[in-house]
Design a protein around this ligand. Structure first.
Ligand SMILES: *[C@@H]1O[C@H](CO)[C@@H](O)[C@H](O)[C@H]1NC(C)=O
Ligand SMILES: *[C@@H]1O[C@H](CO)[C@@H](O)[C@H](O)[C@H]1NC(C)=O
Length: 428
């Protein structure tokens, strides 16, 4: 049974999942849509924020590659003011990196052109300003790809939602503390301070905070991934003009060219991350999960565990040896919502009526911003192909434990997931 267009729909979470869903629902004629979040979008400690995210169609999985090519149409038209086509380079220390080989084959099969770099120093022919010592590495270069301003894109999407007639409520009156149940039906949410919001359909797009509201068992767990920013002078930024986005698949560390205007350089690691284990009460059961803080801003402290900082510093030294000792102007853990294979979770709840879940970005959803809502609403309306429904199914929770390592889709690098110590956690 499909939801009705006059149903009141409450979307919890104003990130890329929630906002893109809201806008798509509105386009399809749903009339009563409200989005709530703790913070105004772009939510400061969400995972689709700050100055940049990689935009690529390089995927070992042809489905995400195809989706990314569709999204690319949006990045080069509707969102072209947010998108920078710098090119994208994947590097590896070991030959025949499985993810890279599959990705190249997928791109070529779809008619795309990428340049093999059996010796990565060849990259200097295309990008002479690259500082890294590339000897001993191999890789490939995709000229179609680059990065987008994540905060700017989310702001633009939120603005489109607002103009389209979608209510966006933030602050304590948008802060959901629990789902409101009537037996096996979700009828709304309970807000901070005791108020409630009722709705015929609740859509949870709560990213890294999801398991604070719903027991999703082992189907999702949050991990913090280190991010660091460096201030360059105008001259330093110039010296890195026309350099690509690069990822070292052997370490997971990736970097962006300096941001035009502000000259800020950003590095981050796409790895297995850090678990912040907390005990929460969900549906009357106490569970241990990994999740960022709920009652304050996770981006405020600027704290990184020492090993996280060291890995980023090492990445900085390898990508930008001339800037190796420059201090960070800002650091944080970016909270991914990991799933076992890196697949999103987009599904009606298997047992609770009136509840739909759209989450599990696993560190790679932002790039789909121009098309993600369409995919989500097709699942919501039960018109998506069965292959996608199966891929993004919410599996019934099994055991209550969480914070377990998620293998991901083969794109991660670096050390395994580490549980933060109580001392680390106190500093977050
Ligand atoms: C680059 O690294 C290689 C070892 O991987 C080393 O032999 C070479 O001297 C380095 N080049 C520069 C310019 O530092
Ligand atoms: C990539 O990672 C390898 C393995 O740790 C390292 O030897 C190399 O210096 C790194 N290169 C860059 C440019 O990040």
């Amino acid at each position: 049974m499909s939801p009705s267009k006059s149903d009141s729909i409450l979307i919890v979470g104003a990130g890329v999942f929630g906002l893109s869903t809201a806008l798509e629902l509105k386009k399809r004629g749903y009339s009563d849509i409200t989005v709530v979040d703790r913070y105004v979008p772009p939510a400061v400690d969400g995972s689709s924020v700050d100055i940049s995210r990689i935009i690529r169609s390089d995927y070992a999985d042809p489905i995400y590659s195809q989706m990314a090519r569709e999204a690319y149409q949006g990045w080069t038209t509707e969102y072209q003011d947010q998108y920078h086509q710098s090119g994208f380079v994947l590097l590896s220390e070991t030959p025949q990196n499985t993810y890279m080989e599959k990705s190249k084959a997928v791109i070529r099969a779809s008619g795309g052109k990428v340049d093999d770099l059996p010796d990565a120093t060849q990259l200097l022919n295309t990008y002479p300003n690259v500082q890294a010592n590339l000897s001993g590495l191999n890789g490939y270069h995709n000229p179609v790809g680059g990065w987008a301003d994540a905060g700017g894109s989310i702001q633009k999407l939120a603005s489109k939602c607002s103009v389209a007639g979608i209510s966006i409520i933030t602050g304590p009156q948008g802060t959901v503390v629990s789902l409101r149940r009537d037996g096996e039906r979700v009828v709304g949410v309970n807000l901070l301070g005791g108020r409630t919001l009722l709705a015929s359909q609740v859509i949870l797009s709560t990213g890294a905070w999801t398991s604070r509201l719903l027991n999703v068992g082992n189907s999702a767990s949050s991990s913090g991934q280190p991010v660091g920013f460096i201030q360059l002078t105008q001259a330093e930024a110039r010296s890195l003009d026309s350099t690509p986005v690069m990822i070292n698949m052997s370490t997971g560390v990736f970097c962006f060219p300096p941001t035009p205007g502000t000259n800020i350089l950003k590095l981050a690691r796409h790895g297995y991350g850090f678990a912040n284990e907390v005990t929460v009460d969900v549906d009357g059961a106490s569970r241990s999960i990994s999740s960022p803080k709920f009652d304050s801003n996770n981006a405020a402290s600027g704290y990184l565990p020492d090993d996280a900082d060291a890995s980023l510093r090492q990445g900085l030294r390898q990508f930008f040896p001339r800037l190796a000792d420059r201090p960070w102007i800002n650091r944080r853990l970016c909270w991914y919502t990991d799933t076992p294979n890196g697949d999103f979770i987009i599904d009606h709840h298997p047992t609770l009526k009136g509840l739909f879940v759209a989450t599990g970005g696993a560190g790679h959803a932002f790039k789909f911003l121009p098309v993600l809502g369409r995919y989500i609403v097709e699942c919501f309306e039960n018109t998506a192909p069965e292959a996608l429904r199966a891929k993004w199914r919410l599996n019934l929770p099994k055991d209550g434990s969480s914070g377990s390592a998620m293998a991901g889709d083969g794109s991660r690098g670096g050390p395994p997931l580490r549980k933060l110590t109580p001392l680390d956690q106190a500093k977050l």
